[in-house]
Ligand binder design. Structure first.
Ligand code: HEC
Length: 112
């Protein structure tokens, strides 16, 4: 199961790298916002910092639409995790799209 998951991530990355066209958000703007996510979600766009002690979902390589939907659900209260609710409440829809575009593409270029 783990190997399948890694293969999927690699395939998604390869796809993202060969297809610079983004669905909606701007990954470069999104990257500038990831400083508020990195403390919990670890290396931006890739893996969690402390998967053994604190379970946090990996964001990198997820579908952009899925990430935007999840953030909206935290903001609306449909998903009810206290930390993510507070984070999502501070994000505009554009921020969510940019962040999702960044994490979906795992863009790793310059941040400024
Ligand atoms: C205080 C720690 C913390 C911070 C900061 C944080 N997150 Fe999270 N995030 C979590 C935890 C814990 C979960 C799992 C919550 C749950 O079980 O619903 C989560 C879940 C998510 C999910 C849902 C993932 C999934 O697979 O369903 C998304 C998307 C997400 N975070 C995005 C972000 C973004 C974008 C930022 C920065 C703007 C951010 N998070 C900042 C702790 C954090």
């Amino acid at each position: 199961m783990k190997a399948t998951h890694i293969t999927t991530v690699v395939a998604a990355l390869a796809c993202a790298l060969s297809l610079p066209v983004q669905a909606g958000g701007d990954p470069i703007k999104g990257r500038d916002k990831t400083s508020m996510c990195a403390g919990c979600h670890g290396i931006p766009g890739w893996r969690t910092a402390y998967p053994a002690t604190y379970h946090v979902p990996k964001l990198g390589g997820q579908h952009e639409e899925y990430l935007v939907a999840a953030l909206k659900q935290y903001k609306s209260g449909e998903r009810n995790h206290p930390s993510m609710k507070a984070i999502a409440a501070s994000l505009t829809e554009e921020d969510m799209q940019n962040l999702a575009a960044y994490y979906a593409s795992s863009y790793s270029g310059p941040s400024k």
